[in-house]
Design a protein around this ligand. Structure first.
Ligand code: SAH
Length: 277
């Protein structure tokens, strides 16, 4: 689709492509926070948490353009066009994306459109789901005793022009992080096992990482499909495959429910001390 600009007119606005991080509002960068405060319009994805949207000034126009597997609320072409149109009519246009905009976020495609339209832009990175999940599940992605490298892949698996390189991904000295893989868990297990990765390789599926609803499901590669079908597993969810997953046992520090009940206890204490005054 060709993007329509306004010939003869100069766009006064600038587009900020901003990463919102994986969920926990405190994982937003200071720069992202500062730019959000100046936004005239925010086009945001479904993955951006409500806590982060609450930081957007009341006066800013907020446009949800989120996409979720199977449910496209706006086609990519429409989002591209909207960004260009808004840059002609508003000053500070924020394109807010979950995690990091350049990691499975189509940030590159959107910027290409802006370049074609001759618009000014800046990019603010965010903490990608792999980093947030790794930290909050206690699974270091590399560790000298377990993995020398880490690979981030999409589990969408459906690009015939670019088939999955299972042989490359089956390297036992490497950690594999799979975004958007839950619906293809069976395909992923078969691909890796057929390429030689052991069925006993530890795996973790972490859902809603870094939020108070985070859940971590740990098992082996052989059990990947079963783990992915856990009724309690909510989207979004990320897979981590590799020996490093063993470390979660001892390094797992984030206990959302416990944190919540501790906060409730604190609230209760404050409440009682207020009553006592
Ligand atoms: N740009 C984003 C990724 C977008 S792709 C980033 O850098 O994180 C969407 C996928 O990211 C989801 O299908 C899921 O696999 C993963 N994801 C995003 N947020 C997540 C979260 N809080 N917990 C677990 N997985 C998450």
């Amino acid at each position: 689709m060709e993007v329509v600009t306004l010939p003869g007119q100069r766009a006064g606005g600038k587009v900020w492509l901003v990463g919102a991080g994986p969920g926990d509002v405190e994982l937003l960068t200071l720069k992202a926070y500062r730019i959000l405060q100046t936004a005239d319009v925010v086009l945001y994805d479904a993955l951006v948490s409500a806590d982060i949207m609450a930081l957007v000034p009341q006066s800013a126009e907020k446009i949800p353009v989120g996409k979720r597997a199977g449910k496209h609320s706006a086609a990519q072409d429409e989002i591209n066009q909207l960004l260009v149109t808004k840059a002609f009519t508003k000053q500070n246009v924020v394109r807010l994306k979950g995690g990091d905009p350049f990691i499975f976020g189509r940030g590159g495609e959107e910027l290409q459109t802006l370049v074609e339209a001759g618009l000014a832009f800046e990019v603010i990175p965010g903490i990608t789901a792999a980093s947030g999940t790794s930290a909050y599940a206690g699974i270091p992605l590399t560790h000298r005793d377990y993995a020398q490298g880490v690979t981030f892949i999409t589990g969408h698996c459906q690009l015939e022009s670019r088939p999955m390189d299972w042989n490359g991904y089956a390297n036992p000295n490497n950690t594999l992080v799979i975004y958007m893989g839950i619906l293809n868990a069976g395909l992923i297990r078969n691909g890796l096992v057929n390429a030689g990765r052991s069925e006993n390789t530890p795996v973790a599926i972490v859902s809603k990482a870094t939020t108070q609803e985070q859940r971590c499901f740990i098992g082996t590669l052989g059990q990947l499909e079963k783990l992915a079908a856990e009724p309690e597993l909510k989207m979004p969810a990320l897979m981590i495959i590799g020996e490093v997953v063993e470390l979660a046992d001892s390094l797992n520090w984030f206990h959302p429910d416990a944190d919540k009940s501790q906060k409730n206890e604190e609230l209760a204490i404050n409440f009682h001390s207020e009553l006592a005054l």
